[in-house]
Design a protein. Structure first.
Lengths: 127, 93, 193
């Protein structure tokens, strides 16, 4: 039983670590903010779920510490709400601040700065 | 196992700091700092298990929330160039 | 072993972020990096088992002071002025002060040392461990010292911080009202035109 739990948490934590580093490399190599946001989300939610699940298995079966299990669950629960919200707010603020999306060659993807801002509030009438 | 995860988190933190230093836009730096905050939460959680004393997890929990509130406050500042009553909101947008 | 690696790495991150803050001319970016500095410092404090300090550092350093500095920046320019002359006197002063501080730190007991004067005192530590729960009813010894044995001291600190917060808020709030009035005047003029 303990062997299965340990193997499972090994896998979860190692895959989570790979996600972490992969997301960080993406944070460095992606061409503009919006793609970097995508890379950062991989670490903020994907790696978070995997690593914390591995830790939860350890807390429940190896450390036998129910309080730690509940705290880990709360961290995971709150992060799954706050990380996407923060990403969304960041993208929206960047669009309102007229930060141009670029492709990997560094070319602008939209004709003008006003088009960028329009992406942020689609509910408003065209200027 | 926990050692590997700790080293991975430290490597991620280093890359995130590099992004925060490079910029180029202010939003990239905010993204890097927000991401770094999440890494701090993970580091505290994993480190508690590494030393065999997972007692400081409530600190990690509080960090996760402080990080979120801080990021939203900074973004609000950049959206409205003001932290206060929101007097400019209706005029600008 | 891993603990040492983590501490040393975090302290290296601290140095990297401080160099970034010094080099950057954009003040907004510097404020953001200051938040990152606080997060690194708080992480290092947790790793070194100073959880209460870490908590304060995260809440005050990464939270409140970043927001206060941004609030201050919204009333001034976002880019630092280029320096016109070299300030060798200031450099000398800072170097001497830093050297004195490092010299002073040589007398401190080693990290986690069991033979430091505080730990080696025959009565004090023992007494707090044995009696604090009976005398104050607070389960955490550090909290019992902070909030009970030296409660008046903590109360005074809190009053100072509270007063400073009120002063900053009143300054910022007054300025904001003025700019808003100017703002509404200008829109009125535009309407007339």
């Amino acid at each position: 039983m303990l062997f299965i739990v340990n193997t499972l948490s090994w896998i979860l934590i190692l895959v989570g670590s790979v996600f972490l580093v992969a997301g960080a490399v993406g944070l460095i190599r992606m061409p503009d903010l919006y793609t970097r946001l995508h890379a950062a989300s991989v670490t903020d939610t994907g790696a978070m779920i995997l690593l914390l699940s591995g830790l939860m298995l350890q807390a429940a079966f190896v450390f036998q510490n129910p309080l730690a299990l509940i705290k880990l669950f709360l961290i995971l629960f709150f992060t799954l709400f706050t990380a996407p919200t923060a990403s969304h707010a960041l993208a929206k603020t960047a669009l309102l601040g007229k930060l141009m999306p670029k492709d990997s060659a560094g070319n602008d993807l939209l004709p003008s700065a006003d088009h960028v801002r329009q992406l942020a509030d689609s509910s408003r009438p065209d200027p | 196992m926990f050692t590997a995860a700790t080293l991975a988190i430290l490597a991620t933190m280093l890359l995130t700091i590099v992004r925060a230093l490079l910029g180029p836009s202010i939003y990239d730096r905010i993204l890097a700092v927000n991401s770094f905050g999440t890494k701090t939460v993970l580091l505290i959680a994993v480190f508690g298990f590494l030393t065999g004393r997972p007692d400081f997890l409530d600190i990690a929990l509080v960090y996760a929330l402080v990080n979120f509130v801080g990021t939203i406050a900074v973004l609000k500042f950049f959206e409205y160039d003001d932290l206060g009553s929101g007097a400019y909101q209706d005029d600008d947008f | 072993m891993t603990e040492q690696i983590v501490i040393v790495t975090l302290l290296t991150f601290l140095v990297i972020s401080v160099v970034g803050i010094i080099v950057l001319r954009n003040l907004l970016a510097a404020v953001i990096l200051l938040g990152l500095y606080s997060l690194v410092a708080a992480g290092a404090f947790v790793v070194m088992d100073a959880v209460d300090v870490a908590f304060t550092e995260a809440a005050v350093g990464a939270g409140i002071s970043t927001i206060l500095l941004l609030g201050a920046l919204s009333y001034t320019t976002h880019v630092q002025k280029p320096q016109k002359h070299n300030n060798y006197a200031a450099l000398l002063f800072v170097t001497v002060t830093g050297a004195l501080l490092i010299y002073g730190s040589l007398d401190l007991p080693g990290y986690g040392s069991a033979t430091s004067p505080v730990q080696a005192h025959p009565e004090v530590g023992r007494r707090f461990i044995d009696e604090s729960i009976l005398e104050t009813g607070v389960p955490n010894i550090v909290t019992s010292v902070l909030a009970s044995y030296r409660g008046y001291d903590t109360l005074g600190e809190t009053a100072v911080v509270f007063t400073a917060g009120i002063a900053v808020l009143s300054l910022l709030g007054r300025r904001r009202r003025l700019t808003r009035d100017e703002h509404s005047n200008s829109t009125d003029e535009e309407d007339l035109v």
